[in-house]
Design a protein around this ligand. Structure first.
Ligand SMILES: *Cc1c(COP(=O)(O)O)cnc(C)c1O
Length: 362
């Protein structure tokens, strides 16, 4: 059985050493030393002043929207995981969709400009599949129109633009460390920023607004994470380079095997912008039609291979929003993510690609 992904398993011995520390201290949560250590590593890795380890990426997005006091309309991408849009709606703002660029599959800066109104307060863009957004164009638009930028950087661990981590871009960048992500803490996420006032608000908001034991700064929620989750992240940390390299190798192997199909326009893969570097944490292919996709998926299922339709449906078609984004709606029907994880072998990749070729009678 080959699933679309598998969580990376850290060295158990190293994980146990962290667990022993937790047992010795009997300190499970509330900003313990392992959370602090992970936050220090994350801040350094991102090049940002502040990194807050939070319970998950979704609460990270919600806290970010609250911390920037965003209201009314937020321009966002229709091609992402549901949490990007649901967080906006959950925080009582209105998602306004700007369609995606057909080459990078990321939000199109030109489309963002078309959607700006007097009510727009921010842009929330996703670096989809770890592929960098056009951060320079987006920053320019935000500056000209006095808008905040939040990046949903859930896929972006290890991705860079002009040599800097994607976590370093935007007023705030939010990471997810869910078990399916390239770097993970089973459940978890992080909020990255440089601005002290924003950091101040985030730090209180993720901890119920507590200001000491008996006073409150203001409204907050429980967005913190535990020592046990931090321990998984710390146990994976020494393997980061190895994991990133492996993902790139897997991508290259697929790409080489798939090249004849790409050349003949049977399938497409997203383009990385100049200056950008993807972490290749996903392996999306765009087929010509939804029928071809369903046929291929059926063939794969018969062979115990389980690709996933990331990201389907287009968020513009969620039941609680209703907008039209032709490119996103078209692509989301035709995109299939192929298996990619640390222990996936070249033989398995070959088998998967052979099935793709078979479904095209090649
Ligand atoms: C995984 C993911 C999230 C949500 O992260 P969680 O940690 O699972 O809450 C948000 N946005 C995108 C694009 C994701 O892939």
């Amino acid at each position: 059985m080959i699933p679309v992904t598998k969580p990376y398993l850290p060295n158990k011995h190293l994980y146990k050493q962290y667990i022993d520390q937790i047992w010795d201290r009997q300190w499970f949560t509330n900003h313990g030393p392992l959370v602090t250590e992970l936050e220090k590593k994350l801040a350094e890795f991102s090049g940002r002043k502040y990194a807050f380890f939070v319970a998950n990426g979704t609460i990270g997005l919600q806290i970010s929207i609250k911390a920037l006091n965003l209201k009314e309309e937020i321009i966002t991408t229709p091609f992402s995981y549901v949490a990007t849009t649901s967080s906006i709606v959950w925080e009582n703002c209105k998602p306004v969709f700007a369609d995606i660029d057909p080459l990078t599959w990321n939000i199109s800066p030109k489309e963002i400009e078309k959607k700006i109104t007097k009510k727009t307060t921010a842009i929330i863009a996703t670096h989809i599949y770890g592929n960098p957004c056009d951060v320079e164009a987006i920053e320019k638009i935000a500056k000209q129109n006095n808008l905040y930028i939040i990046y949903d950087a859930a896929h972006a661990f290890g991705s860079t633009y002009k040599g800097k981590s994607l976590y370093a871009y935007g007023d705030i960048a939010v990471a997810s460390f869910h078990a399916t992500k390239l770097f993970h803490t089973a459940e978890g996420g992080a909020i990255f920023c440089d601005n002290e006032a924003i950091a101040h608000r985030v730090s209180y908001m993720r901890n119920f607004g507590h200001n000491g034991q008996e006073a409150f700064w203001g409204l907050g929620i429980n967005g913190k994470n535990s020592e046990l989750h931090a321990a998984i992240g710390l146990a994976i940390w020494p393997d980061i380079e190895k994991i990133l390299l492996k993902r790139k190798e897997i991508y290259k192997t697929y790409f080489n095997f798939l090249y004849p199909l790409i050349k003949n326009n049977l399938i497409q893969m997203p383009v990385v912008i100049d200056g950008g570097n993807s972490n290749y944490s996903y392996l999306p292919i765009l087929l010509r039609t939804e029928e071809e996709l369903l046929k291929l998926r059926e063939l794969m299922h018969m062979n115990q291979i389980y690709p996933r339709r990331y990201f389907y449906p287009s968020l513009s078609k969620l039941p609680y929003v209703n907008e039209t984004c032709p490119i996103s709606e078209d692509y989301s029907k035709r995109v299939l993510c192929l298996p990619s994880y640390f222990t996936l072998s070249v033989e398995d990749i070959k088998r998967i690609v052979d099935l793709i070729k078979k479904s095209y009678n090649l």
